[in-house]
Design a protein around this ligand. Sequence first.
Ligand code: PAF
Length: 281
Amino acid sequence: MKIISSPLELKNYLRETSKAMSTQNDFSIGFVPTMGALHGGHISLIKKAKEQNKLVVVSIFLNPTQFLKGEDLDKYPKKDEADKKICELSGVDILFFPQAEDIYGIDEVSILAPKVRGYVLEGQSRPGHFNGVLTVVMKLLNIVNPTRAYFGKKDAQQLNLISLMVKQLFMSVEIVPVDTVREKDGLALSSRNAYLIPKEREEALKISSSLRKASAMVSKGELNAKEIITSMIEILEPLEIHYVEIVSRDFNQLLHVELGNSVILVEASVGGTRLLDNIWL
Ligand code: PAF
């Protein structure tokens, strides 16, 4: 596995490699952007990228611009050596490991999240967060110029906004959504799970239970979104609930959605740790 920290070096290396491989008409680059503290969810993104591409690039970059003041940027889990090992063992070809100054300068050009879809749900709890996400993803995609880029469905709103950016800015990368990976007891894998003490981890299971309840209700024919949300809130009640919403898959309408083509989303804090989860109906 090659480790590169300079954006220009990576760009040149990938350009040369693509040129050298141009005789192979199925040459493709799969890209998995991450903020490190890798877990099974990231490994499933890498696995998918390996299945579908000839060369796989993973980036580890703790992007400062997607954290609001007072959020957990300074204490975000950092596991550089373990992350490198995971990438190596997962068969990653290139690990891109830049520093903040390699990615950002002063007086930056940036991407603005859409005024509605970027400021509801997580965007409402964290105003401006998605500007930082879209800006860094745009930079990373421009550096790597991948055929496909892989994002987890757990961050459903992020996935939606990145897909929207790619479409609206006429970019040519294919965005590939990958299913959420869960612990055996249902907890969705997240780097922030590392903050949870055992008692909080137990409490956090209410999030996936509430989604299982919602899914069971829909399977039994419940079509009333309010009923579903009320039942979910009963399960979630002891937690600090930020939102429980059922939205269309394009995040366009916030109520009265067709249940058959929607996402049920939960964001709640457990002991100060913000956790997200969802199911796609
Ligand atoms: O989902 C994440 O880990 C981050 O938001 C991403 C997409 C790597 C951008 O920093």
